[in-house]
Design a protein around this ligand. Structure first.
Ligand SMILES: [Zn+2]
Ligand SMILES: [Zn+2]
Length: 177
């Protein structure tokens, strides 16, 4: 009888111990796979070594290429001047004699001749036949210091001082700078 019990105990011991060993092995395998998953996750969130943040100086330089609005390149108001007044783009703070004028009536660029004034006999037909060639126009240009002579193919004007263009007969506009 005692032998039988011993046998039984042995059997139980062997069974349970081996089952525990199996259990432990299973747990170890589970832990290992969890570690692997963690490694995968860590690899996924590792920062790409080629990635470079955009420098603030690069952003600034790209902003510099943005074109200025149309209105910034046009004279407003539009000025005519004598030969002493500087040429260029004008606004109310820096009045200048516009050198990029265009006539909306004949669609010609305005020609400028410094230290000349138009003869009183200058007319539409003369300008149409001769503008903008100075050699052909000079027969009606009189030398006058300080004066600036303007013309297109349909209109003419002589100015000695800087003033806003208010003459409604002149269809001249700033043609952008
Ligand atoms: Zn202008
Ligand atoms: Zn004209």
């Amino acid at each position: 009888m005692a032998d039988d019990i011993d046998d039984l105990l042995d059997e139980v011991e062997t069974k349970y111990c081996s089952r525990d060993k199996q259990k432990n092995r299973k747990l170890n395998r589970n832990r290992k796979s969890t570690d692997d998953d963690l490694d995968d996750i860590l690899n996924d969130i590792t920062v790409d070594p080629d990635f470079k943040p955009v420098k603030s100086s690069e952003i600034k330089s790209s902003n510099r290429t943005v074109p200025r609005p149309e209105s910034a390149r046009k004279c407003f108001p539009l000025y005519l001047g004598g030969s002493a007044s500087s040429l260029g783009i004008a606004n109310s703070l820096t009045p200048r004699s516009c050198d990029k004028m265009r006539c909306t009536s004949c669609d010609f660029k305005i020609a400028i001749f410094d230290n000349f004034e138009w003869d009183a006999t200058t007319d539409y037909l003369f300008l149409r036949n001769n503008c903008p060639d100075f050699q052909r126009l000079k027969s009606k240009l009189r030398s006058k210091k300080g004066c600036r002579a303007y013309c297109c193919q349909c209109s003419h004007r002589s100015n000695t001082t800087l003033e806003k263009l208010t003459d409604p007969n002149l269809k001249w506009v700033c043609g952008k700078h």
